[in-house]
Design a protein around this ligand. Structure first.
Ligand code: PLP
Length: 523
C-alpha cells in the first residue's frame, strides 16, 4: 500500500527491475508468446506514430474520399489472407500493420483539414492520443476505485475544477462520466423519472394506472436521443410535449406555461423539461434562467442538454450563455465536442448528489458496498449504467493539467468569432440566405441563386451538399429547418479562417450552377 505521496514519487520502479522475460513456449502449448513482447509493442507503436505525425502535418484542403463499400470490403479482406502464423522474421506483420493504418487514415473524414466543416466531432488535441494509448495498455476500467484508482481520483478533481464555473457546494453535487451525450440524457431522464415517480422502478408503469401520464417537455429542436429516452423509459414518444420556439430557435419562455397547462388538460403530468445549451441543428441556447424558475414553481426537473455548448462555461466571454446553469437539476457536457478530446467523454452533472444515485436503484452486493469505505466511496458504478467503462476522464484531465483552461477557452472563442464572420460574409451575398444569427460555432444557410425554381429549394440544398461530399474537397452537413433543407457548417478546426469559408462559398456556387445546368429533376 502506498501511504504517502513520497511512496508514489518517481521511483523508476519498473526500470530498475526491467528484465526481458524469456518466452517459455513449452509450458504454454502453442501460444505465441512473441505477441506479448514489450519490444514488439514499441516497434508497432513507432510505425503508428510516424504515420500519424505525417497525417497531422498534411495541410491540404480535403473533405472525405468516399469509398465504394465493396471496394473497401475487398481491401480489408485482402489484409486478412492467411492464418496468423507467428511473427515472421521478414517483417510482413509490420507491413500489414502499416497497410491497415494507411487504410484507416485514408478512408476517414479528414477532420484535421481546413476542408472539414461538417460535424460536431473533430480533430483532437493530439496529446490525448498519447493518453489513449496508455489507457488501452494499462486497461483500468473506471467504475470502481480498486480497478482504476487514478481515473476515479481524476474524475473527482475534474468535477471540482469545472464546478468553479457552476458554483455548487462541493459536498452536495455529483458528476459521472458516460460514453456519450445520448447515454447521459437517458441517465438524467431516468434519475428524473425515479425522483418524481419512484414506484415505477420496481412496479413498472402499471403503478400509474388511472393516474396522469408522465410526460417530458422539450423544444422542437431537442436532440433525438431525448425522444428515444422517452421510449426506453416507458414514458412513450407520444408523451413528449413540444415547447414552441422563437425565431432564434430557442424555447420561447412566454409560451412555456401555456404549453404546460395545455398538457395538463390533456391528462399529462410533465415531470421533466429538457432545454438545450447549444442545439445540434443551429447551436441555439434555450433560456435556462426562465425555465429554472418555471421548473421550481411547478416541481418539474430541469435537465440541460449541454452536449455541444456546456464547454462555453470555461470561457469568460461565452459563459453568460449558460447563466443560471446552477439552477438546473442536471446537465450533460460532451468533452469530445468542444473540448476536443477523442470520443467518447461525456460529463453528467447533478445539482443534488442523492438524486444521482436515484437513476439506478438496485442491489448488486457483489460490487456495491453497504457502508462505503475510503476507497469504495469513490466508486461511480451506482451512478452509471456502464459496468466496465473506459477511463473516460483521463484525456480531459491530462490536457487540463498540462495546458490549462486557457487553451480550451481560446480555441472555442476563436471558432465562435469565425462563425460570426462567416455569417456577416453571407449577409453580403445576395444569392445566399442566412437562417439564424449564430450563437455558437454552427451556421445554417441556403444557396438560392436567381435561376432556381421555388419548389426545388429543398432538394437543391441536399444535392449541393452531397455533390460537394463526392468531390471530396470540403465536408459540410445538411439539416432540415422548418421542413426545408439547408446547408450546415460546424467550425471545429482553428486552422480554418474566412479565406477557407469564401473558398467553400465559391465551391457551393460552382456546384449549384453545375447541378442547374445538368438534366435533373431540379431543373
Ligand atoms: C451531439 C449531441 C448529443 C448526443 O451526444 P453524443 O455524445 O453524440 O451521444 C445530444 N445532444 C446534443 C444537443 C448534441 O449536440
Amino acid at each position: 500500500m502506498y501511504k504517502t505521496t513520497d511512496d508514489l514519487g518517481s521511483g523508476g520502479v519498473y526500470l530498475d527491475s526491467f528484465e526481458k522475460k524469456k518466452p517459455d513456449v513449452e509450458k504454454r502449448g502453442g501460444l505465441n508468446l512473441d505477441v506479448f513482447d514489450p519490444q514488439l509493442f514499441r516497434k508497432n507503436a513507432e510505425i503508428a506514430i510516424s504515420k500519424l505525425e505525417r497525417y497531422l502535418a498534411d495541410s491540404s484542403i480535403r473533405g472525405l474520399a468516399l469509398t465504394d463499400p465493396s471496394v473497401l470490403f475487398q481491401a480489408a479482406k485482402d489484409l486478412m489472407t492467411g492464418e496468423y502464423a507467428g511473427i515472421s522474421s521478414n517483417g510482413s506483420n509490420e507491413e500489414k500493420l502499416g497497410a491497415i493504418i494507411d487504410l484507416y487514415l485514408k478512408t476517414g473524414i479528414q477532420v484535421y483539414s481546413t476542408g472539414y466543416m461538417g460535424r460536431q466531432f473533430s480533430g483532437v488535441i493530439p496529446l490525448s492520443g498519447v493518453i489513449d494509448l496508455i489507457s488501452s495498455i494499462v486497461s483500468q476500467p473506471s467504475s470502481f476505485y480498486e480497478a482504476g484508482q487514478l481515473p476515479n481520483v481524476a474524475e473527482r478533481i475534474m468535477a471540482d475544477e469545472l464546478n468553479r464555473f457552476i458554483g455548487w457546494e462541493r459536498e452536495r453535487f455529483a458528476m459521472v462520466t458516460t460514453s456519450g451525450g445520448a447515454l447521459a440524457n437517458l441517465t438524467a431522464l431516468l434519475a428524473a423519472r425515479n425522483d418524481k415517480f419512484p414506484e415505477i422502478w420496481s412496479e413498472g408503469t402499471s403503478a400509474l394506472q388511472g393516474r396522469s401520464r408522465p410526460a417530458i417537455a422539450v423544444s422542437e429542436d431537442a436532440h433525438y436521443s431525448v425522444r428515444r429516452a422517452a421510449g426506453i423509459l416507458g414514458i412513450g414518444e407520444e408523451q413528449i410535449v413540444r415547447l414552441p420556439m422563437n425565431r432564434q430557435r430557442q424555447i420561447c419562455s412566454e409560451k412555456v406555461r401555456p404549453a404546460l397547462e395545455a398538457a395538463r388538460q390533456r391528462g399529462l403530468k410533465v415531470f421533466c423539461m429538457v432545454a438545450s445549451a447549444g442545439t445540434t441543428s443551429v447551436g441555439a441556447f434555450d433560456p435556462i434562467a426562465k425555465l429554472a424558475e418555471i421548473g421550481a414553481e411547478k416541481n418539474i426537473w430541469l435537465h440541460i442538454d449541454g452536449a455541444h455548448g456546456a464547454s462555453f462555461l470555461v470561457s469568460d466571454k461565452l459563459r453568460h450563455k449558460l447563466t443560471k446553469i446552477e439552477e438546473a437539476d442536471s446537465f450533460c457536457w460532451d468533452a469530445h465536442k468542444m473540448m476536443f478530446v477523442p470520443a467518447a467523454c461525456t460529463l453528467l452533472f447533478y445539482k443534488n448528489k442523492e438524486k444521482s444515485h436515484g437513476a439506478f436503484r438496485q442491489d448488486a452486493s457483489y460490487v456495491f458496498e453497504e457502508t462505503p469505505d475510503m476507497y469504495t466511496e469513490l466508486d461511480s458504478a451506482e451512478k452509471n449504467f456502464e459496468c466496465t467503462k473506459r477511463p473516460l476522464i483521463m484525456n480531459l484531465w491530462v490536457l487540463w493539467t498540462i495546458y490549462g483552461r486557457r487553451l480550451f477557452a481560446d480555441k472555442i472563442e476563436y471558432l465562435c468569432r469565425l462563425t460570426e464572420h462567416a455569417y456577416r460574409i453571407l449577409e453580403d451575398e445576395p444569392d445566399f440566405e442566412t437562417l439564424h444569427r449564430p450563437e455558437a460555432n454552427i451556421l445554417c444557410f441556403r444557396y438560392l441563386p436567381p435561376n432556381l425554381k421555388e419548389r426545388a429549394v429543398r432538394d437543391f440544398q441536399v444535392s449541393i451538399r452531397n455533390r460537394i461530399r463526392e468531390d471530396g474537397r470540403f465536408f459540410i452537413s445538411k439539416v432540415a429547418i422548418d421542413g426545408t433543407g439547408a446547408l450546415r457548417v460546424v467550425f471545429m478546426n482553428h486552422q480554418i479562417d474566412t479565406g477557407h469559408f469564401r473558398k467553400l462559398l465559391r465551391e457551393i456556387r460552382r456546384t449549384g450552377q453545375e447541378l442547374l445546368t445538368e438534366k435533373s429533376p431540379i431543373n
